[in-house]
Write a protein that binds this ligand. Structure first.
Ligand code: M6R
Length: 614
């Protein structure tokens, strides 16, 4: 959460910072701010509640010149979103400014001590406390800024990615991180710094991912210098970015979310590329292959994740139990980490995260590692904190997901889970060869089936129009489609602010049925399979109470179509793989409803793409 960006070199910093902030806005958009030092040595700070566009309007006509600067887009933790709490924050003398992503947990005690020593604080933030502390050390110890940063961070408990700018030394940016991501771009004669590579990609492909407890000095005309908090010099490991600029732009779509929904035939294909060959019956997934022995012997799989990734885990539970015949538990990372869970050394813990940065998921991983379990990750962002914290795993390769509502990451996660479950079944000998082969072909056909569903967009838009003014909605599914009901409800509530609940269809009569009246849309997955007849009965129960039924059905269905208000026909798919296809109508429906209600689809209120605080 929070996006940070910095620049030092020969170009004008401000346009680079603003463009970078726009790219990072998915990380938080409560407020934004920039600071630049101009050629006369003036430190100019502009910060404003609201989006980056509001900052740009505010700073217009002002002196934004300078070729060193920092920028920040905020997701509020300490202190409400207002101009004063926006970053950058000043030190006591106003010679230093700092931007910060993370939470300083012991800020209150430090603040109290600083107040006793005469410091005045303008904001309610933890960030302001840290920059005051850094300056106090700098002045007291008469040391370089980087040393003051090291000393201060040795007193800090919490997570941070910070960049500090010093009016008295306009030739250096000092950056450090722990628990929050930070990447440094190395240009020909300049440096870039950001929370992720998106603000950097158009200037350089050479990057260094800063590790925890490292402090970097980006000095004009010098090589990048990194030391850790114990003052050991670290040789920077320069990597080449594979990210392409087009992948982080809207490419003609009105919103990133719509673009990402439409990218799914491709992203699902990318997530299986080189890993599956139905005609030869081969499947090869590094994450499982590298730990084959552990998978052979494992007594249990524990999935940990949050939000949409947690829904993917629930799908994983069905897949792993059905194909690999292994007991599975699915845990909210935020609960797991504080529950003193029973974890055995022969457990395999699989953490799923699009961003690879979610704080609760990361903490759950550390807990599982401390108990001796093998921990694997399924992440989308290459080189992310979770990808590096796990013992191994598989990337989803879905490409950057920028819309706050997760769409293509979900289908890519399920694709990887399907491949993992198939490989597990192979290793453990739990699937007949014929069924194994049949499933490989079925998986290969998924991208084409998603393409077919996308052709239904106009019809789904028409349905959206009918239900855009609803105040409540119910989503139902059974078996492997139950997690899709949860995901459908999450998509609707997070971007359109309509209250929605996902339920296993048969649970409806144990409570939610009381909500049903002639205004209530009930979105049901009623595809052909073992539970079909049961779901048809659940639909009849809704209709008997005058509820509206919008059903996703298998192409050619007759029974549900007779009773449903709307039926969305999707191509016939193996029952285990239905979530990959059936979730797409729910994604499109939420998207259109949110647009029709005038909501900010890509940046829904109160949310951020990466939840790096607990
Ligand atoms: O990056 P992660 O997959 O770890 O994120 C987990 C959740 O924060 C995320 O899925 C969230 O629920 C999305 N906004 C859902 O659309």
């Amino acid at each position: 959460m929070c996006g940070i960006v910095g620049y030092i070199g020969n170009r004008e910093a401000y346009p680079i910072l603003i463009k970078g902030l726009q790219r990072l806005e998915y990380r938080g958009y409560d407020s934004a701010g920039v600071a630049m030092i101009d050629k006369n040595g003036s430190l100019n700070v502009f910060k404003k509640k609201g989006k980056v566009a509001e900052l740009v309007a505010f700073a217009k006509e002002n002196n934004t010149s300078g070729n060193i600067g920092v920028g920040h887009t905020r997701w509020a933790t300490h202190g409400e979103p207002n101009d004063v709490n926006s970053h950058p924050h000043y030190s006591q003398s106003k010679n230093l400014v700092m931007i910060h992503n993370g939470i300083i947990e012991n800020y209150a005690a430090i603040k109290e001590n600083l107040i006793k020593r005469g410091h005045n604080f303008l904001s309610q933030t933890d960030t302001e406390v840290l920059v005051h502390l850094i300056e106090e050390i700098q002045l007291h110890e008469k040391c370089k800024l980087s040393v003051a940063v090291q000393t201060a961070l040795n007193q800090i408990i919490g997570a941070y990615a910070i960049v500090v700018l010093d009016k008295n030394d306009p030739n250096v940016l000092v950056a450090a991180k722990k628990g929050s991501p930070m990447v440094i771009g190395i240009g020909e004669d300049d440096f870039f710094i950001a929370s992720d590579a998106s603000p950097i990609i158009e200037y350089t492909k050479n990057v260094v991912y800063l590790e925890d407890e490292q402090v970097a000095s980006l000095r004009r005309g010098e090589q990048l210098k990194i030391r850790n908090l114990k003052d050991k010099e670290i040789t920077p490991f320069i990597q080449e970015l594979t990210l392409e600029l087009e992948s982080i732009e809207k490419g003609g779509y009105d919103h990133f979310m719509l673009k990402e929904i439409y990218e799914q035939p491709r992203s699902v294909l990318d997530s299986m590329r080189g890993r599956l060959n139905a005609s030869t019956g081969e499947i090869k997934l590094g994450g499982v292959e590298d730990h084959r022995k552990k998978f052979e012997k494992a007594k249990r799989i524990i999935f940990v994740a949050c939000g949409t990734s947690w829904h993917a885990c629930l799908v994983g539970e069905y897949l792993f139990e059905e194909m690999g015949r292994i007991p599975v538990e699915v845990e909210y990372a935020s609960e797991f980490r504080y529950r003193n869970p029973v974890i055995y050394e022969d457990d395999i813990v699989i953490a799923i995260s699009q961003s690879g940065e979610t704080a609760d998921t990361l903490a759950a991983i550390e807990l599982a590692k401390s108990k001796g379990a093998l921990v694997l990750g399924i992440c989308n962002v290459v080189g992310s904190t979770i990808a590096r914290a796990t013992h191994g795993g598989s990337y989803t390769h879905a490409g950057p997901e920028i819309g706050v509502a997760s769409t293509k990451a979900f289908t890519a996660q399920i694709t990887v889970l399907t491949l993992m479950a198939l490989e597990l079944a192979k290793v453990r000998g739990t699937l007949a060869e014929s069924r194994f082969r049949q499933l490989l072909y079925e998986v290969e056909a998924i991208p084409t089936k998603i393409e077919e569903v996308l052709k239904l967009n106009d019809k789904i838009k028409e349905i959206a129009y009918q239900y855009k003014d609803s105040t409540n909605a119910l989503y139902l599914g059974r078996g492997v489609s139950f997690p899709v009901a949860l995901e459908g409800a999450l998509k609707l509530k997070e971007i359109s602010y309509i209250h929605a609940e996902g339920y296993p269809a048969a649970e409806m009569k144990h409570g939610p049925i009381a909500l049903i009246d002639d205004e209530m849309p009930v979105f049901v997955i009623a595809t052909k399979g073992a539970n079909y007849e049961k779901v048809v009965s659940n639909i009849q129960e809704v209709k008997a109470r005058k509820g509206k039924i919008i059903a996703v059905v298998t192409a050619g269905d007759k029974d549900v179509k007779k009773v449903a208000d709307y039926a969305i026909e999707i191509p016939e798919t193996d029952e285990l793989l239905v979530p990959l296809v059936a979730v797409v109508p729910w994604q499109l429906l939420s998207y259109h409803i949110a647009v029709m209600r005038g909501c900010n689809v890509d940046q829904p209120r109160n949310l951020a793409k990466s939840v790096t605080v607990e």
